[in-house]
Design a protein around this ligand. Structure first.
Ligand code: PLP
Length: 440
């Protein structure tokens, strides 16, 4: 399996090379060239397996450059032992007869970023061996709060690497900031940025795109890479938990084999939900992917109208990990839905960069709506949802997951759809304890 750039101007590379580079040299994002599908039989085979066994089966079809033994080691190092506080890794908890919560925050930093960032360093170390890399890999990370700590934890003292995290000084919760600035390790660096997440992400992307700077670094024995979800190595481990959740629901008899379900995903950079899209494309029985946004609802507008317009005020909300106006991974979705037309992607991404807005063709808009539905929750609605969910079900939500629960309610009211739905829970309520307390 090779990987190509969404901008069409970089040579195809192996999985190891794509993971090592993070972003393609032409500024595009790496995507797998071939379509991976899982047969019903293979899906059935996942049911009795553990999370780590399921992970190896899914990962090996994308990371063909890695042997099964490599992947088993990566997966064990990431999810085995006591890294996660439950052997299930990503447990599915029933909330109501037609809704479950997929808890993705049982890793060391209490947010879903651990699902990918515990394993990315494992992939990277092996990628360096496979490609004969002699330079030190310097990971640059822009974070809205959760990626930073998860990446620091994953990369701390990993040989041959160092990591520099940029976070918006005024844009993260107290717990998030303390988690980052107290990180231990000889190769870790953390910087507060005067600006928001988009400023941090755009600047980091600009550094990646600076060829002269890369050359200077290379002479000195350094090579840049990314731990943001622009890196395919971040995205691919996220596909696993969509399959794992489905397998668990079939195992418990909650859904019938082959029955379609919805996934509701609190969304910022479009990384988590895009992994759900890839799972659907691989044959997972998914009816709709619900993209849940906060008041920075640029994606909701895009999914509803086909126009992506970032010309609006950046709002600070109670779900700070979703305070994003430029959702990088949408580029991958558009590349797939246009049938891989790099010229169109180049045009839209140039329009986004210069004027802050682009509109996709009618047929693409229809394709988007056939897979996705979107709405958003205000801070008020988020807090009400936390309080009501506790009152009704004695289940405590964090602010991001509450956004998703609220959007699911709106979806059911708007469409009357009764399909069984799984809500991705992206953070522990204790990570955003100030806001959760405020809800009560
Ligand atoms: C990162 C994050 C999100 C958004 O995920 P994306 O992949 O960027 O869409 C949502 N909730 C929490 C708690 C997060 O840390």
């Amino acid at each position: 399996m090779k990987y190509e750039s969404t901008r069409g101007n970089s040579p195809a590379v192996s999985a190891a090379e794509a993971i090592k580079r993070g972003i393609a040299p032409d500024g595009g994002l790496f995507v797998p060239i071939e379509q991976v599908t899982l047969t019903d039989r293979e899906l059935q085979n996942l049911i009795p397996l553990s999370y780590t066994e399921r992970a190896v089966l899914i990962l090996k079809s994308f990371l063909t450059h890695y042997t099964e033994e490599d992947l088993t080691r990566c997966v064990e190092a990431a999810y085995g032992g006591d890294k996660f506080d439950t052997p299930e890794v990503a447990p599915v908890k029933p909330l109501t007869p037609d809704t479950a919560v997929l808890e993705l925050w049982h890793g060391p930093t209490c947010a879903f970023k651990d699902m990918a960032l515990q394993i990315l360093p494992q992939f990277l170390v092996r990628a360096m061996e496979k490609t004969g890399e002699t330079s030190e890999i310097v990971i640059l990370v822009a974070t809205s709060g959760d990626t930073g700590k998860a990446a620091l934890d994953g990369f701390a003292d990993v040989p041959g690497t160092s990591i520099i995290v940029f976070y918006p000084e005024q844009g993260v919760s107290a717990v998030q900031r303390l988690q980052m600035v107290t990180q231990e390790g000889k190769n870790v660096h953390v910087l507060g940025v005067r600006g928001n997440f988009d400023d941090a992400q755009s600047s980091v992307k600009q550094v990646f795109g600076d060829k002269d700077f890369s050359e200077i670094l290379e002479e000195k024995g350094y090579r840049l890479s990314s731990a943001n979800s622009i890196n395919w190595g971040r995205l691919v481990p996220q596909i696993v938990y969509y399959f794992s959740a489905y397998a668990d629901l079939v195992r418990t008899g909650t859904v019938q084999p082959g029955e379609k379900i919805n996934f509701v995903v609190p969304t910022g950079n479009f990384g988590n939900i895009l992994a759900g899209f890839y799972a659907k494309a691989m044959g997972l029985p998914v009816h709709r992917l619900l993209c849940a946004a906060n008041a920075n609802n640029v994606l909701t507008e895009f999914i509803q109208t086909g126009t992506y317009d970032r010309n609006r005020k950046f709002l600070k909300t109670l779900s700070p990990s979703m305070d994003i106006l430029i959702s990088s991974n949408l580029e991958r979705l558009l590349y797939e839905l246009t049938g891989r037309q790099a010229d169109k992607i180049n045009r839209w991404m140039t329009e986004l960069k210069t004027g802050g807005v682009y509109t996709v063709d009618q047929d693409i808009r229809e394709k988007v709506s056939s897979h996705f539905w979107s709405d958003f929750a205000s801070d008020r609605e988020t807090l009400d949802t936390i309080r009501e969910t506790w009152a009704q079900h004695r289940y405590l939500l964090d602010t991001h997951t509450a956004v998703a629960i609220h959007v699911l309610e709106k979806y059911r009211q708007a469409t009357g759809d009764t399909t069984y739905s799984v809500v991705a829970s992206t953070a522990s309520p204790f990570k955003f304890n100030g806001s959760v307390a405020k809800a009560f």
